[in-house]
Design a protein around this ligand. Structure first.
Ligand SMILES: NC(=O)c1ccc[n+]([C@@H]2O[C@H](COP(=O)([O-])OP(=O)(O)OC[C@H]3O[C@@H](n4cnc5c(N)ncnc54)[C@H](O)[C@@H]3O)[C@@H](O)[C@H]2O)c1
Length: 277
């Protein structure tokens, strides 16, 4: 059985542990070790040494309207040096903007890299991890992609798989999160119009989401307004930063983000550790 290491034992790291530990028959369990700078697990060296797959589930906060990869860079450097030319795959699950994992693969050519985005929700993180809608596995190398796919298929045989390259897999995560952020703000706008006209927004939504193309989530109106939490608010900033670096018009996402900052009652993400540097 493949042994698994986890770097960063927070929401996603704990879910990886839970998901890969359970549901294999007795005697076929993977050995799982984890390292976290702020928690009492194993050392980084011990985790890398004893793992075939090293899942990186570290924070990727934002700083000055860009993703801040300092924590990732420091840890990837150590992991890459400890695992170079060994049969170990570094599987990045942290949300990193498109291009990041390919940069690491270029910087550390003696290592194997995969990017496998995570789509769990914080409210239901363990169940979400073991019941995913799909699993996306990115690598620029067929052999590495196959290895990571095999590991997942053994645990999650009945899930749709999307096998692709590193940057496509990274873009899937950001498109999904930024779409959901946009959906929240759109719902909020329609809510305001409904209120003004004496229309019950909830009743409208119920009939709208009966259309399978639209999907039922992210349209509930909450008194806090807009979106908050750990991911949407930081990921939209990071993607807008990438648009700007690439010189591509991001006017829609900028409007969504600006409107959220205007209407959101509490910027809860600013208080959550590791969301904003
Ligand atoms: N929480 C979610 O719902 C969710 C969903 C999908 C993807 N993600 C992404 O996954 C990544 C991790 O998110 P999370 O919610 O698990 O974060 P988290 O804050 O819950 O966990 C991160 C862990 O990393 C540890 N850590 C911080 N700095 C460290 C360092 N320098 N070295 C070692 N350990 C360190 C922290 O102590 C913490 O336990 C982020 O990129 C996030 O965007 C999160």
């Amino acid at each position: 059985m493949a042994n698994i290491g986890i770097i960063g034992y927070g929401i996603v790291g704990t879910a990886v542990d839970y998901g890969f530990r359970q549901s294999l028959p007795e005697g076929k369990q993977n050995k799982i070790l984890w390292y976290d700078k702020y928690k009492d697990g194993s050392s980084l060296e011990e985790v890398v040494e004893n793992s075939d797959f090293i899942f990186v589930t570290l924070p990727t906060p934002y700083k000055n309207n860009r993703i801040d990869l300092t924590i990732m860079d420091e840890n990837i450097d150590k992991i890459a040096k400890l695992s170079e030319e060994k049969d170990k795959v570094i599987v990045i699950k942290s949300s990193v903007i498109p291009g990041t994992t390919r940069n690491y693969a270029g910087k550390y050519p003696k290592n194997m890299f995969s990017f496998t985005p995570e789509f769990l929700t914080e409210a239901n993180y363990l169940d979400d991890f073991v019941n995913p809608d799909r699993i996306v596995i990115g690598s620029d190398n067929d052999k590495i992609r196959l290895k990571v796919t095999y590991l997942h298929k053994e645990r999650f045989p009945n899930v749709p798989y999307f096998l692709t390259d590193l940057t496509t897999a990274e873009m899937v995560k950001y498109m999904a999160n930024c779409f959901l952020a946009t959906k929240v703000i759109f719902g909020n706008e329609i809510y305001d119009l409904c209120e003004k006209m004496g229309i019950k927004y909830e009743e409208v939504v119920k009939a709208v989401v009966a259309d399978k193309r639209i999907g039922p989530t992210h349209l509930d109106f909450t008194s806090l307004r807009g979106f908050g939490g750990k991911c949407l608010a930081k990921d939209i900033v990071a993607l807008i930063g990438l648009f700007e670096e690439m010189g591509i018009d991001a006017s829609l996402l900028k409007t969504v983000n600006e409107k959220n900052l205007r209407i959101r009652k509490v910027r809860d993400w600013e208080e959550i550790p590791f969301v904003k540097t």
